[in-house]
Write a protein that binds this ligand. Sequence first.
Ligand SMILES: N[C@@H](CCC[C@H](N)C(=O)O)C(=O)O
Length: 292
Amino acid sequence: MNLEFAKMHGLGNDFVVFDGVRQTVDLTPERIRALADRRFGVGCDQVLVLEPSERAGVDFAYRIYNADGGEVEQCGNGARCVAAFARETGLTDRDLLRLTTLGGEIEPEILADGRVTVDMGVPRLDGAEIPLTEPGEWVRAPLAVDGEEHRITAVSVGNPHCVLEVPDAGAAPLEVLGPALEHHPLFPNRANVEFVAVEAPDRLRVRVWERGAGVTLACGTGACAAVVAARLWGRVGEEVTVVLDGGELVIQWAGRGSPVRMTGPAVTVFRGRLARWPDPRPATAEKGTGPF
Ligand SMILES: N[C@@H](CCC[C@H](N)C(=O)O)C(=O)O
């Protein structure tokens, strides 16, 4: 089979990246789950593929698959990585790219210092666009989860996010409230969940439960959603450093109707070649011990 890939990460949010322009990448949900498996596969939070695009002015179509095998609309850390991947592998000689995703068009630009800055588009707040099962905006709106009320802010950065303010992000109940909110009936397409502690008007500490991947060390769209929410709460200014478990991103948002911009690193760990698709995890390993 000899399918070439790169293992990349943005702040520890890790990816298997395929060039789908020069080779055929025949993914199925089962193959994605097997590839993403940290014991039986390569291991990653998302699988990313660059494909040709027919659209005028667009360099590539950028496709995103969560570790659970589902295709999703947007991935911010991935956007920085696929831009670096396109440049490093000679798919392009341009520093500024336009990519289409299921969540809209985005523009990554590789900076002179090697970081990548991405115009992620205008965040959407209306329930019909996120989508939510209820109309209107949800900004610090009360939501009952397992009999307890939480104040949530719903934001789309191409993909759906549910943002909560917490006093201490380190102590946030990610693994309990994360899945409960991901699957809450308010979010018909499920949601990514951000736990946000405001440390200063230019600094947030954020921890993330990702739809289809669980706890990750960072989430680019999650950092954007956190800044949009905190700015709507009147707690931060236009430029904010977001401290995630895996490192820092700089997020800029001028306010309603403006695009949100994300700047941060994109790292290639290694390039490899798949001789064949990894075998799926055996049922007997489902309840194994150790971290997966
Ligand atoms: N890690 C990503 C987001 C990946 C997709 C997300 N889990 C979803 O289901 O929307 C990022 O950096 O934005």
